[in-house]
Design a protein around this ligand. Structure first.
Ligand SMILES: [Zn+2]
Length: 465
């Protein structure tokens, strides 16, 4: 016989015995016994229910135990109330909160008091409110407490770059303000939001200007394009840094571009063209003026575009020429004596591509060479035969080659991506020495070329054909 059936048979046996004993009692005894049994039953049911607590559930998961539902609800109401007061607007919680009585016992956890409940709800629930988002090109970029803050932020942005009263202002990007529910602690502090718009990030790196600093050196040191530093520091005068002035540095561009356009009418000179003839009888750097140029004059109306305070376009809308310029005619020498060989050589252009930045003052500092536009990895050739005197990294120059051509002429090639020669190598005019790159202080691929004559940098354009 299986053990369960055996137990059942014993139980029915026991019930039989109790029943027989009960029937043998007098009626009065039977009533007393019945009452006692009922009382025991009621007491045990009561004690079972007296051991229940209220489970607070968020989306079906228990987050806290309270003594009863009323206490739990009151605690939650107080949390919502205090957040509403703090934010100054309606705060709600995102989760579906329910209450359920459960039997207290092992494993159900600690029943929290009122303050404990508030603390637990505060951390377990997601509190939200109606906020505002600034959308840039349809993407939520900055969350703020309300639309007024968003409006104020955009208004501030329109006002910070040096602007003429007649400027027409617009944002380059598609910028919108939208009402969105936001988590109450995810709203960006207004001052931080200002920096985020300017720097494109909330990671704010500051630099305090030291005595003797200039923007060019700072830009080289932190490897951030100078234009970028100007645009993320509205009103900055690159040529007049103040000691202890704080600069905000970011490799990211400002989040929003303020485009200001204006029309300006000015009287100006028309530069005269230069006609150059070469004469191999003249030495490198020698120049004979055949006929001096005379600039013309015109009244011109420009449409000038500034983006975040930096001029990005100048378009001629209308011009009235008062006098035409007169062409200058010069004869230039284009050969150099190479002392070691005692022969004359003509200089070659070191790469294809026009001059994008000329020799002379730039950003309050001397630009000691010219910048030539050339694609990354395109060939750089020696402008004349000579001996390589330097190869390798040199600070802001990045990867650099110096070639001595004798007769006191040294040429320098900077920002290279590859170097194909070594110090001491003899190179010929037109021989490939390296490849164009963007190493060192450079914002894009180009070749920086210097011609140093007797230790003094000279304008390479005076020596190139
Ligand atoms: Zn340069």
């Amino acid at each position: 016989m299986p053990p369960m059936e055996k137990g059942l048979r014993r139980l029915t046996g026991l019930v039989d015995i109790v029943q027989k004993w009960f029937m043998r009692q007098t009626i009065r005894h039977r009533i007393v016994i019945g009452s006692v049994v009922s009382l025991i039953l009621v007491l045990s049911i009561y004690s079972a229910y007296a051991g229940t607590v209220c489970a607070v559930k968020a989306n079906g998961e228990i987050i806290a135990l309270a003594a009863d539902k009323a206490t739990a609800k009151e605690a939650l109401a107080e949390v919502v109330d205090s957040k509403t007061r703090e934010m100054g607007k309606d705060v709600y919680y995102e989760e579906d909160v329910t209450y359920k009585g459960i039997k207290a016992g092992n494993g159900t956890g600690e029943v929290l008091d009122f303050d404990g409940l508030k603390a637990r709800m505060n951390e377990a629930l997601t509190f939200k409110m109606q906020g505002a988002a600034i959308l840039v090109n349809k993407e939520e970029r900055i969350l703020l407490r309300n639309e007024e803050e968003a409006e104020t932020l955009l208004g501030w942005l329109r006002s910070i770059y040096p602007i003429e009263p007649t400027d027409q202002l617009e944002f380059k990007e598609d910028v919108e303000i939208a009402k969105v529910p936001i988590e109450i602690n995810k709203a960006t502090n207004f001052e931080t939001a200002k920096k985020m718009v300017l720097l494109g990030t909330n990671k704010i790196v500051q630099y305090t200007v030291n005595d003797g600093d200039n923007l060019w050196d700072i830009s080289r040191a932190v490897n951030i394009d100078m234009d970028q530093i100007v645009s993320t520091n509205p009103g900055l005068d690159p040529e007049n840094l103040q000691v202890d002035q704080v600069l905000y540095l970011s490799r990211k561009a400002p989040l929003i571009t303020v485009v200001a356009t204006r029309e300006v009418t000015v009287d100006e000179k028309i530069p005269y063209p230069v006609e150059v003839k070469y004469d191999d009888g003249l030495l490198l750097g020698e120049k004979i003026l055949v006929c001096a140029g005379v600039p013309g004059e015109r009244t011109v109306t420009y449409k000038i575009t500034h983006e975040n305070g930096i001029e990005t376009n100048r378009e001629v809308l209308n011009q009235v020429v008062k006098s035409e310029p007169k062409t200058e005619e010069v004869i230039k020498g284009a050969i150099t004596m190479v002392a070691s060989r005692g022969s004359a050589l003509r200089l070659a252009w070191p790469c294809d591509g026009g001059v994008v930045s000329s020799f002379g003052m730039r950003w309050g500092r001397m630009h000691e060479g010219i910048d030539l536009a050339a694609g990354y990895g395109s060939r750089v050739v020696a402008v004349a035969g000579g001996t390589v005197t330097y190869t390798g990294w040199d600070g802001g120059y990045g990867m650099k080659i110096d070639i001595s051509h004798g007769g006191g002429l040294v040429t320098r090639y900077a920002h290279l991506s590859k170097i194909h020669v070594n110090v001491g190598d003899s190179v010929d005019r037109g021989e490939t020495i390296g490849l164009v790159g963007s190493t060192g202080n450079s914002t894009g691929p180009h070749l920086h070329l210097e011609t140093i004559v007797g230790g003094v940098p000279r304008d390479p354009l005076d020596y190139l054909p």
